[in-house]
Design a protein around this ligand. Structure first.
Ligand SMILES: *Cc1c(COP(=O)(O)O)cnc(C)c1O
Length: 217
């Protein structure tokens, strides 16, 4: 457990997969964590953090960013349309583009603000009704529209079903990204990031294995 341990495990997984050192970005998922835990991970030098909720992030991060200005912030949770402007203003990357209307709104706000965060299309690889993400069959069309709208599209993201083997989900996501010429693959969490790295993940989102268990919401 802890940041150093996760960094070592990522380096080992990169090496085992024959991938260059540093090719995987660690996103430290700080949602619902006590502030002192997040501050100790900031002190330890983590540079990329993930949050799920726009409002929670708006409350915590402006002050931290004054102290740690070179930290990047990624939104990894579902994005409601009425939070899109706040998200563009706060985040350097958005991993949860999953519908046409949101793509259009993000493009409009980018035009207004001049801010163009990196965007990942979230794919619901398990076709779970309760989960965000575009269905796999509809991913290519959404990616094409996002490109046409001029979004800063960099990759695909998925959260495999809780109780399933993640491997086929990682492979399905990698196939979608590849056939659409997208270099980024946001996949892998505390329990399975090494498997994700073996399958080509460029961004792993690790929360509890760095910070410990979080308070539920
Ligand atoms: C909470 C969350 C994570 C981190 O989960 P852990 O199991 O704590 O590593 C990663 N990705 C998303 C989308 C999340 O919501």
């Amino acid at each position: 457990m802890g940041l150093d341990d996760i960094r070592h495990r990522i380096a080992a997984a990169e090496a085992a997969a024959g991938r260059p050192a540093g090719s995987v970005t660690l996103i430290a998922v700080s949602k619902l964590q006590p502030p002192e835990r997040v501050e100790s991970v900031l002190e330890a030098g983590a540079k990329v953090f993930g949050e799920n909720y726009v409002q929670e992030a708006q409350g915590k991060w402006p002050a931290w960013r004054e102290r740690w200005p070179d930290v990047a912030l990624h939104l990894i949770g579902p994005l409601q349309s009425n939070k899109a402007r706040a998200a563009i203003e706060l985040f350097d990357a958005i991993h949860s583009l999953d519908r046409l209307s949101l793509a259009e709104r993000l493009a409009r706000i980018s035009d207004d603000t001049g801010r163009r965060p990196e965007v990942f299309v979230q794919v619901n690889t398990g076709a779970e009704p309760q989960k965000a993400g575009v269905l796999p069959d509809e991913a290519d069309a959404l990616i094409a529209v996002a490109r046409r709208l001029g979004l800063n599209l960099v990759g695909c993201m998925a959260i495999p079903p809780d109780d399933a083997d993640p491997l086929p989900h990682f492979r399905a996501l990698a196939a979608i990204a590849k056939r659409n010429d997208l270099p980024g693959l946001s996949m892998g969490m505390s329990a399975d990031f090494e498997t994700a790295i073996a399958e080509g993940a460029t961004h792993v989102r690790v929360g509890s294995a760095i910070f410990g268990a979080r308070t539920t919401r």
